[in-house]
Design a protein around this ligand. Structure first.
Ligand code: NAD
Length: 508
């Protein structure tokens, strides 16, 4: 698509307004393209795998100072970060649209999520509670204390280029840890913008050490250098299951902590009693929102045979009519795919679905909206005779596979019969079905919802998934515990030395 907006010029203006030094983005070795029109918008300077060691050393020094700052004071820095994000919301949201192709409300929504997690983390900075535990010994007290953990490496994916960083960073900072962030090589500009915004918060804060946040840009080798460095205590890595398969064992080999947030293949079950108007809206947003490029995108839908024809006919109509277009200059609901690779993967999955007997509606490249350098597609809804072939895998594109069910227990079994375990939904007005879906016999995912879609989580809950999604949890609830070291302390305030379990060890 030829954009009427001059994307490169606008990118430059935003980066300048946000205070990103030009040396970081105008003459580097990594070309950055906007999915909006495929044009080159910047050339970012990268960090080599060798240079990563120096970065980690600097973070280690920052840790020595930051861990001594009281947690509520650390929270003050995150409060200031939240203020800076509020001030930068319009620019940063627009930059997310430019770099990741999100529609304006989703670009702005991503920044709002960053503000929300800052608010959460500020409160948390006064609530890093440990337990006091009853002890069996007289004159003793037992308790847990939570201490800063160390350097936190954050590796992020292109599709939430800034929110995932903020989930990790707001918590890591209040927990007393410096952060090294390696963003996706497809979205480094939004990361540089966040670095500048963070720097502004630091400038307003008296006692922050240097290098509390360092953004390093590079590809897989740079990520591996962070993963393998023994001074990095925790790596929070978000991306494909392929990436997690490489990163997980490397971290395990050196007994480092990991938070793995990997691929999803999210399913929904639509029961006979479902409110179909509401279901249709939830399914449409879950499956087509962000052009199917959310980890929580709805990809598999099991529909009861009694309502199958009605719902699928309405779904197809919605798919045929949904607006697709340039997110910078239209109010379209579906923006571009990130790049050609994503478009090709979508085509391959649709071919494989046809080969398995699937009937495809949509899926074609939107010629009116796209030209050779940008990849706009009509989302596809695919009626499948059974759950097989490409339905079992995550294809990071707007494809919704729809299958008919007759037996509820079998639908739950099929729902759980994929390798990923991130998000899930049931649409029903039957309490027994809803509660069963949420029970130990129900959905096996980290997120299970009733009468809302699979995507669009709030920051207050812990976010993450089971099985090949990696098992990590970040954001709200008690996810902060992964960023801290727990110590169990026993204090003897008596003049005796009773041993636990009645053991005696009397020396003369
Ligand atoms: P990706 O796996 O290609 O890349 C993610 C990040 O990992 C990038 O920064 C990349 O440079 C880095 N990386 C790749 N290989 C690495 C290695 N061996 N060592 C260290 N770093 C490495 O993913 P993507 O295409 O950017 O994002 C899409 C994927 O991310 C989808 O599978 C999606 O489901 C997943 N995702 C998951 C979540 C979640 O919270 N579960 C959130 C967003 C995206």
């Amino acid at each position: 698509m030829t954009s009427k907006v001059d994307v490169k010029n606008e990118t430059t203006s935003i980066l300048e307004r946000l205070g990103v030094p030009a040396t970081r983005w105008n003459d580097g070795d990594l070309p950055v393209h906007s999915p909006v029109d495929g044009g080159r918008i910047a050339d970012v300077a990268t960090t080599s795998a060798q240079e990563a060691a120096t970065v980690v050393d600097a973070a280690r020094t920052a840790f020595d100072a930051w861990r001594r700052v009281p947690a509520p004071r650390r929270g003050e820095l995150v409060r200031l970060l939240g203020e800076e994000l509020r001030a930068a919301k319009a620019d940063l949201g627009r930059l997310v649209s430019i770099e990741a192709g999100k529609i304006p409300s989703e670009g702005a929504g991503e920044v709002q999520e960053m503000i929300d997690i800052c608010d959460f983390a500020v409160g948390l900075s006064r609530q890093l509670y440990g337990l006091t535990i009853a002890t069996e010994r007289p004159g003793h007290r037992m308790m847990e204390t939570w201490h800063p953990l160390g350097v936190v490496g954050v590796i992020t994916a292109f599709n939430f280029p800034v929110a995932v960083w903020s989930w990790n960073t707001a918590l890591a900072i209040v927990c007393g840890n410096p952060v090294i962030w390696k963003p996706s090589e497809k979205t480094p500009l939004t990361a540089l913008a966040c670095e500048a915004i963070f720097r502004r918060a630091v400038e307003r804060f008296a006692d922050a050490p240097e290098n509390l946040l360092q953004v390093v840009v590079g590809e897989r080798a740079l990520g591996e250098a962070i993963v393998d460095n023994p001074a990095v205590a925790l790596v929070s890595a978000t991306g494909s299951t392929r990436m997690g398969r490489e990163v997980g064992p490397r971290l395990a080999a050196r007994f480092a902590r990991s938070i793995l947030e990997l691929g999803g293949n999210n399913g929904g079950i639509v029961c006979p009693s479902a409110d179909l108007d509401m279901t249709l809206r939830a399914v449409a947003f879950g499956a087509m929102g962000t052009a199917g490029q959310r980890c929580t995108t709805l990809r598999r839908l099991f529909v009861h045979e009694s309502i199958y024809d009605t719902l699928v006919a309405r779904l197809k109509k919605a798919y045929e009519s949904v607006s697709i277009g340039n997110p910078l200059e239209t109010s379209a609901l579906v923006g571009p795919l990130i790049d050609r690779g994503a478009f090709e993967a979508m085509g391959e999955a649709l071919d494989a679905a046809r080969a398995e007997g699937g009937t495809v509606t949509g899926g074609e490249r939107d010629e009116a909206a796209g030209d050779s350098a940008a990849y706009y597609v009509r989302p596809a809804v695919v009626e499948m005779p059974s759950q097989c072939g490409p339905v079992l895998e995550e294809t990071f594109a707007p494809i919704l596979y729809v299958m008919k069910y007759s037996d509820f227990d079998a639908a739950i079994r099929d729902h759980n019969a994929v390798a990923a375990g991130l998000s899930s939904s049931i649409f029903t007005r039957d309490m027994q079905e809803a509660e069963l879906f949420l029970s130990a016999e129900g959905s096996d995912c980290g997120i299970a919802n009733v009468n809302i879609g699979t995507s669009g989580a709030e920051i207050g809950g812990a976010f993450g998934g089971e099985k090949e999604t990696g098992g990590g949890r970040e954001s709200g609830s008690d996810a902060w515990k992964a960023y801290m070291r727990r110590a169990t302390n026993t204090v003897n305030f008596s003049t005796e030395l009773p041993l636990a379990q009645g053991v005696s060890f009397d020396i003369e």
